[in-house]
Design a protein around this ligand. Structure first.
Ligand code: IPD
Ligand code: CA
Ligand code: CA
Length: 295
């Protein structure tokens, strides 16, 4: 398979990258052809492409590393007792994909779980690959060997303040009415250059790693969304925590990725907002309409 390459010392990531690129080419063919969409939940979509991509990835990972475990979004559970475990998002950004909005990717992250680690405890993030088949952009990292994009070393941005930053977030597709993120979206939008909501958490993390975004936050992500991206952000010099600044965990219900420089300011704003402060007053639609009528 041709395409962007990685330095030869990133052996695991290079092999995983080939798999992600093959899955990406498959997903792209489905995208160009168009596929039927099914519902997994309220607005949680799945397509033939998600399943075909996961099947291919499971076959390729199993052939490359027959002893490694696999935990895939579309149901793959293999060798879960293994020391090494791949977290597979075969198509991150399915809603975009289903609507013809060309922002989605494949995400493969590898965790090493030393023997004796209890369920619920995190191992070490070892390697991560995120591939965007529409832009042919390959993001990859290995622990201690840096983060890379299409063969070039990448680093988080140097932006120092929230007021000069570009951020990203996403909204959960399940239990939407029970989630307060719209308030954070409002507040961060009013205090920054803007908040993008592009629909692929893995790409949001990859973009934070390479400095296109200064920070990213989201509630209720899953390990298949975050494992690869978390390692990319850390290896690119950024931070991965929850909204209170505690270390990021794979089963965390809160993800805050930053370029490091913005971390304290963002955590302080989260803390203030969770305690009921710092919500800017903006007019309700009714107040706005009344004011418009008054001229
Ligand atoms: C979704 C995307 C989206 C995020 C959702 C995820 P999927 O993943 O990453 O950006 O906001 O929370 O579920 O379902 O397209 O793989
Ligand atoms: Ca996902
Ligand atoms: Ca997915």
């Amino acid at each position: 398979m041709t395409g962007p390459r990685l330095p030869s010392e990133l052996k695991i990531a290079s092999q995983a990258a080939e798999i992600a690129q093959e899955a990406g080419a498959l997903v792209r063919r489905f995208f160009e052809r168009g596929v039927a969409t099914e519902y997994k939940g309220d607005v949680d979509l799945v397509t033939e492409a998600d399943r075909a991509s996961e099947k291919l990835i499971v076959e390729r990972l199993s052939a490359a590393w027959p002893t490694h475990g696999i935990f895939g979004e579309e149901g793959a559970r293999q060798r879960m007792e293994s020391e090494y475990r791949w977290y597979v998002d075969p198509l991150d950004g399915t809603t975009n994909f289903a609507h013809g909005f060309p922002v989605f990717c494949i995400s493969l992250g590898l965790e090493r779980r030393r023997p004796g680690l209890a369920d619920g405890q995190d191992g070490e993030l070892v390697a991560g690959v995120i591939y965007d088949p529409m832009r042919d952009e390959l993001f990859a990292a290995e622990v201690g060997r840096g983060a890379w994009m299409n063969g070039r070393r990448i680093h988080v941005s140097a932006t120092k303040t929230l007021s000069e930053s570009l951020l990203a977030t996403g909204f959960p597709s399940r239990k939407r009415h029970a989630n307060p993120n719209i308030h954070f979206y409002q507040e961060f939008t009013l205090r920054s250059h803007g908040v993008r909501r592009a629909g692929s958490a893995a790409l949001d993390l990859a973009y934070t790693a390479c400095g296109r975004l200064d920070a990213f936050w989201e509630f209720n992500l899953n390990p298949w969304d975050t494992t690869a991206g978390a390692l990319l952000v850390l290896e690119a010099g950024g931070t991965m925590t929850d909204f209170a600044g505690d270390l990021f965990r794979l089963d965390s219900r809160e993800v805050l990725a930053t370029n490091g420089r913005l971390q304290q300011e963002l955590i302080a704003l989260f803390a203030n907002m969770f305690s009921g402060k710092d919500l800017s007053p903006i007019p309700t639609p009714r107040e706005y309409a009344a004011a418009r009528q008054r001229g």
